[in-house]
Design a protein around this ligand. Structure first.
Ligand SMILES: Cc1ncc(COP(=O)(O)O)c(C=O)c1O
Length: 369
């Protein structure tokens, strides 16, 4: 199997799986129980929250554990709207994950006004346009940190400064950035990320909420790990998330360097091919290479790749079947290019020989279709 869909999900790291099974066995007690075993379990969770918050540059009480980045995103959008009911304007973008777009559409139906920030020719948010959209009644600006389709990194530090200058709250979906890009959350009020994108298990994620900003929880049911998300603390999943995060931070430089070399190799091999155009640019993280193979239909081409036991995606795995890539269209203004775009996502687990196989399949497609 040749897997180039690491931005959709990653295989669990063996050490993370080991931690998960060990803690599930040894610390199965309910951390909210007042007996000694419960309290011991609570201490394990507190310790891991401390480790994770230290890595993320936040306070331990600023990390809420959720089940997924979809849940984190929905909690922020709806929970902030409930907390500050007098503000009815939200700013976002066309390249957000479906969970942001979905939550925003829901709020739009409740009477909220939505504005989308333009992208410049490099696929980055136009900050002048963003500033012109900010209003007295703006509830929240929610903008993604790294575009999941083109890998383009957005200037979330500057966006945060701008929002704070205008006293507007800022949320960023950092799901594709964690472990793959450096970022500073000093001026970010809320942020969402997920374990399964960083070689952790599915079913656990994080929501950062700074201490000085408000939020109404979506799930009520008493104080759990925090007051913002009820249900019995998922001790082993918290430990697994923490281990995945620790490995991501410890190995960041090595993985980044290795994957950068692989990306250069891939681009060198495909960029001279007929009908192949590269959509990612110098703002893209090396882990995502977006290419268009012109005059092809993704549903057919992905099958060709699958028949070779080779897996990549034609756009964000969570988008609807009919859509084309908003991100590629935003940069290229070329519908055909956006319709025939493919995301090749690389990892420290990828090899040059896997890329050779991928390139040979692309060459065949270009010659035969
Ligand atoms: C940018 C972004 N946000 C949110 C999600 C959803 O993550 P989860 O599967 O943890 O809900 C994804 C995953 O596809 C993503 O790429």
């Amino acid at each position: 199997m040749i897997y180039f869909d690491y931005s959709a999900t990653t295989p669990i790291h063996p050490d993370v799986l080991e931690i998960y099974t060990r803690y599930e066995r040894e610390f199965f007690a309910n951390a909210n129980s007042s007996h000694a075993l419960g309290q011991k379990t609570q201490r394990v969770i507190d310790e891991q929250l401390g480790i994770m918050s230290n890595l993320l540059g936040i306070q331990p009480n600023e990390l809420i554990i959720t089940s997924s980045a979809v849940e984190s995103n929905n909690t922020v959008l709806k929970g902030v709207a409930l907390k500050y009911p007098n503000k009815k304007h939200i700013i976002s973008s066309s390249i957000e994950h479906a969970s942001i777009i979905g939550a925003i559409s829901f709020l739009e139906h409740q009477g909220y006004e939505i504005d989308f920030v333009n992208l410049d020719e490099n696929g980055r948010f136009d900050l002048k346009h963003l500033e012109s959209l900010l209003r007295e009644d703006t509830l929240l600006v929610t903008l993604i940190a790294v575009d999941s389709e083109t890998g383009i990194r957005q200037p979330i530090e500057e966006i945060g400064q701008l929002c704070h200058k205008h006293q507007v709250l800022f949320h960023s979906d950092i799901t594709q950035a964690v472990g793959k890009s450096k970022f500073d959350l000093s001026n970010v009020d809320y942020a969402s990320f997920s374990a399964h994108k960083i070689y952790g298990p599915k079913g656990v994620a994080g929501l950062i909420k700074k201490e000085n900003v408000g939020l109404i929880p979506l799930l009520h049911g008493g104080h759990s790990i925090t007051a913002y998300r009820a249900s019995t603390p998922q001790t082993a999943l918290v430990c697994a998330l923490s281990k995945a995060l620790q490995i991501a931070y410890e190995t960041y430089e090595d993985r980044f360097t290795y994957v950068s070399q692989l990306k250069d190799y891939l681009i060198k091999k495909v960029s001279h091919l007929d009908r192949v155009v590269i959509n990612s640019n110098h703002y893209s993280i090396p882990f995502i290479v977006n290419v268009s193979i012109l005059d092809t239909r993704p549903e057919e081409i992905l099958e060709v790749f699958s028949n070779e036991d080779c897996y990549l995606s034609s756009k964000s795995a969570c988008s609807g079947q009919e859509e084309f890539s908003n991100s590629v269209f935003a940069i290229t203004k070329d519908k055909q290019r956006a319709q025939s775009s493919y995301r090749i996502s690389l990892s420290h687990l990828s090899t040059q020989s896997e890329i050779d196989t991928l390139v040979s399949v692309i060459e065949r497609i270009v010659h035969e279709s």
